[in-house]
Design a protein around this ligand. Structure first.
Ligand code: PEP
Length: 251
């Protein structure tokens, strides 16, 4: 089976100011040397998106960290997917575990946001993952199955959708899932996608692993079967670390 092209995505979360965009400039400068290995995506805070799009040009994709489900309206503080698309953003994270926890986003809300992303022509990166308690209780695959069923709209294609598996207990903690855990979760996600959307689409949708990915563990994690890339939080804030992760993508 042909493997999917690797995507390395950086999620800056609520970090970074205008000066931090110099890190993006360094990633842009490194991109020609990385393009044989992977696609690059950086998701900075919303207030930096416009400037980030200008700096990134066509070499690094720029993504939002969230969008509202509606195209416009009385939703103070929110940003519509159409607004992201309007400034040249091409991707958006939906259902990140911090949004699910901090803002009580349910699978239904995440699904509506994914549909909004598609409506605006954006790629939706749909995030799923179990908590530590759920893993300890042996519920990991049940939770992933429920989140996939609830968060992914009908009509997924490989061009419109990326799935990010991020065990909540591994995000920002320095703990990473074992290769066996990652392999099991990604195989389950692949099987679930294939069962629902057919083999061609199910195999072509990229599945990213996220949770304390860093230069020292990137090669191992990116080498796991059905891992088509990484969603990187902390280690995406420094260009050197992000570039080193990309250099570990299988060629
Ligand atoms: C994330 O923000 O999605 C993430 C995985 O963070 P970290 O790499 O810091 O664990």
């Amino acid at each position: 089976m042909m493997s999917n092209r690797t995507l390395i995505a950086g999620n800056w979360k609520m970090n970074g100011d205008r000066a931090a965009l110099a890190e993006l400039g360094r990633i842009v400068a490194a991109q020609p040397n990385l393009s044989a290995r992977c696609d690059l995506l950086i998701c900075p805070p919303a207030i930096l998106l416009s400037e980030a799009v200008t700096i990134a040009g066509s070499s690094v994709a720029i993504g939002g960290q969230d969008c509202h489900a509606d195209p416009s309206g009385a939703h103070t503080g929110d940003i519509a997917a159409e607004m992201l698309a309007d400034i040249g953003v091409t991707h958006v994270l939906v259902g990140h575990s911090e949004r699910r926890a901090d803002h009580g986003e349910s699978d239904a809300v995440v699904r509506a946001k994914a549909l909004a992303a598609w409506r605006a022509g954006l790629v939706a990166i749909v995030c799923i993952g179990e908590t530590e308690d759920e893993r300890s209780a042996g519920q990991t695959l049940d939770i992933l199955g429920r989140q996939l069923a609830g968060s992914l709209p009908d009509g997924v294609t490989a061009a419109s959708t990326v799935v990010a598996y991020e065990p909540v207990w591994a995000i920002g903690t320095g703990k990473t899932a074992t290769v066996a855990d990652v392999e099991e979760a990604h195989a389950f996600i692949r099987t679930t996608l294939t069962a629902r959307f057919g083999a061609a689409i199910g195999c072509a949708v990229r599945i990213l692993y996220g949770g304390s990915v860093k230069p020292s563990n990137a090669a191992e994690l990116l080498g796991v079967r059905n891992v088509d890339g990484a969603l990187v939080g902390g280690a995406s804030l420094k260009a050197d670390d992000f570039i080193a992760i990309c250099q570990n993508a299988p060629q």
